[in-house]
Design a protein. Sequence first.
Length: 367
Amino acid sequence: MVKHLYIHVPFCHRICPYCSFYKHTFGDINQSELVESLLKELSDRKNEYDFDIETIYLGGGTPSALSYKNLERLLSGIAEIVIIEDLKEWGIEVNPSTFNYRKASMIKRQGVSRVSLGIQSWNKSTLKTLGRDHSPSDAKKSFEILKSCEFKSLSIDLMFSIPGQSLVDWEGDLKETIALKPQHVSAYNLNYEEDTEFFDRLKKGEFFEDQEKDGDHFSLAMKELINAGYNHYETSNYALKGHQSKHNSSYWEGKDYLGIGPGAFSTVSGNRWRNVPDTKKYIALLKSNTINLIETERETINDDSYRIERIALQLRTSSGLDFDYVKNNLEKVNELKSDNLIYQSDNKLRLTEKGKMLADSVIAHLI
């Protein structure tokens, strides 16, 4: 039974130098052809699997980069295939300056309940480093448009430990965000991912990783957001009461999910695969009714792989890690307890405040 649905729209107006997700500019690809291919795959998958969809998330890429007509067709087409009245959450990623009030109100009208706005920073210099094509004023205007549409939840995405970004800069980003009172904030530590411009610059010695800086920025985010009333429910995520991301939580809990679109991943009934990360090929295969050929990198998730994933994901959440996943590794568990990095409660292991700062190391020790 498939309860969680991810739909990947790979289009971006420009490519950010730090992003490793499958994405590209529009080029000569017809938007409407991709939209119809996404809807065809979704319809075909519904015939293949039992659907009882609870959450939908449209990511990318930048879904809001689609034209009004094509985005409306995509959203309305989804509603023809999925019973949206039964949804607990329908989310979409948007970037500043990729929508106006007309497009935002259409998104709301189609049934979307949660919007994640990719601001990343309110600082002009930081935005330039990140290669973002919006200004702080563009971001503010975009947030106000979304707020006026009265979505159930608005989330702001931020990044920290960016080259050239000081602790004072980061504090300014946090305070600016808190002043807007979004229901949710995601604060991500910049990672240098392979096949990105930032990774190449790291290898050339132009950029440097700094764990002390990472820790200082992470600590400041925890302090400011928790003091502002946000619940720190996952390493990078903070929410006001009742506004935790239900879709993302399903990933962390190890629930099955179905990915639609070029480059999208799926995990269903112990099997994982990735759709072909080639938009033109994806469209051609859907047109020729060969949906089975869009799957690549298929693997079976064995018990040990599942256990490792649960440790890596559950321990980052405030809900904690089921102790059963580490009960055969008591020596390492006790070492982490004695170092005040984890604690146990109600058959759950949770990170301490100190442990949250060193989450990757704690997880690596247990795995």
